[in-house]
Design a protein around this ligand. Sequence first.
Ligand SMILES: Cc1cc2nc3c(=O)[nH]c(=O)nc-3n(C[C@H](O)[C@H](O)[C@H](O)COP(=O)(O)OP(=O)(O)OC[C@H]3O[C@@H](n4cnc5c(N)ncnc54)[C@H](O)[C@@H]3O)c2cc1C
Length: 569
Amino acid sequence: MEVYNHDLVILGTGLAGLRAALEAAQQSKGELDIALVSKLQLMRAHSVAAEGGTAAVMRQDEGDSYELHAWDTVKGSDFLADQNVVDFFVHDSPREILHLDHWGIPWSRMEDGRIAQRPFGGHTFPRAVFAADKTGFLEMQTLYDTLMKHTKNINRYDEGFVTSILIENNRFAGLTMIDMINGRQVLIRGKALIIAAGGAGQIFGFTTYSETVTGDGLAMSYRAGLALKDMEFIQFHPTGLIPSGILMTEACRGEGGTLLNSNGERFMGNYAPSKMELAPRDMVSRSEMTEIEAGRGFPGPEGLDFIHLDLRHLGRDKILERLPLIREVTIKHIGLDPIEKPIPIRPVAHYTMGGVHTDIKGHTAVENVWAAGEVACVSLHGANRLGANSTAECLVWGRVVGEEAARYCANASAAEMPKDAEQEWAKIDALFQSKGGEDHYQIRKELRKNLDATMGVFRTGGQMQAGLNKIRELKERYKFISLKDKSLRYNTDLERAIETGFMIDVAEVATLGALTRTESRGGHARRDYNLRDDENWLKHTMAHFTSGGPRLDYSPVDISMWKPVERKY
Ligand SMILES: Cc1cc2nc3c(=O)[nH]c(=O)nc-3n(C[C@H](O)[C@H](O)[C@H](O)COP(=O)(O)OP(=O)(O)OC[C@H]3O[C@@H](n4cnc5c(N)ncnc54)[C@H](O)[C@@H]3O)c2cc1C
């Protein structure tokens, strides 16, 4: 085992990880020794795929306000967001837009030179700041370039696959990492850890997320003893391209795109007359599924019946200027030009609202560990996230945790040398030796199919119980997997196998949380309990690891600004 020591270790180099690194570098005037660890090449994090925008209040003179953004977020969350957290967020996100502006990001602009903003679902004001439909990519690039200007003290571990987070005596003690290039076993130690390892979209078969978003950070945190919060709340985005699930950004509707059923009707008028296609995602997804189930969809491949997303009336110029990537993708993938034809879409698994439980400063229950971005649950999104609030969250809490962790490192010493690293290597060696008959690729396939079938837009107790039984069967079978590739260089067979283990844990937590929550709220819509039940369920689910499966308990929601009311649009 090779051992490397740093001050601050950052697990994940998406928007949250890079923003944290930049803040820590600036705070310490480049003195802090920072490790950036990513199982991918640094710039390949899923964040580069973010298309539509980043939400911030920029036009108070024209009627937007912090209060309005906060209200939209709280109402969108179906009142499960912590309102003190939302309040902090809405005040901070405009600063992040301006920081990026000063660092040189090419925001899309209006004729008069001001930063342009487009409408997004659930926002009552055009609030999404954007850079064409390549927002995340340009944010990532700007952060990385700026980081390089502020410090030389960055140690990149690209293609370093982390297999466990070691927490001993309630302190972060190291990450075990396989260097994918040569299979070396590496221990990365530091005075503090920031977990910024992204979400878990791949636990579903039909998803917008990259192959690589497999919930590793969630599962590793959970196994290390950190609680996962509100994991039953999965967001279905209304517009996933048929048949791949590639995202057709909400900006399509923000720019004026409409949804049509097979009778050519703009059916959203029957579900959310005031907001139409720009109602929050959970509602639009349910409306689409209701239309499809009532036979007003179009027949699609492998049961993927669909709805039409129509951009034709926007005209060629607007599509080319505002949605160039969307056009490129539909032409390349299905040979369809949205200037001429409507796009086939349906709801698609998109976002994990839940995550590692943190306080308002992104601090976990462990003294020297913070979490930010999609892996974390600071409780901004509650039961349903508003579009464009996630990249904003990554920036806001990336900064916060970068600052907090850098301050901590200034006066801290590294934890003791961990004892558990050897156990982790022994597990991996055992996997190499295993002659078990189970195929982990098959297990992953069955897991994803199972979640599609049992944890979708609409859920029932019976389906979820069957789903949980299946997950537990897969968990048993997983004990008998073996590797086909026993080599050390770029052993993606090993990587996929370990990821699948992470996915099983995340799926189990999400499904158990959903089965136990006997109400409907935001992204969790039950046919057998179709109303929100504030009396019994206005609380966060907390899942704790035990060897026999997750143990659930609950924690209160901050409702210091608004009392919950019925959610109508
Ligand atoms: C197609 C798409 C479009 C989107 N569009 C928008 C949008 O317009 N607006 C918006 O607000 N939100 C959008 N979102 C959501 C938003 O982009 C994400 O929530 C956000 O970018 C997540 O950033 P992150 O930094 O938390 O994680 P990620 O960007 O996912 O980065 C995770 C990092 O963790 C690393 N990692 C993970 N596991 C391991 C491991 N085992 N070992 C080592 N490293 C590991 C990865 O290598 C990566 O570097 C979109 C999401 C998708 C999928």
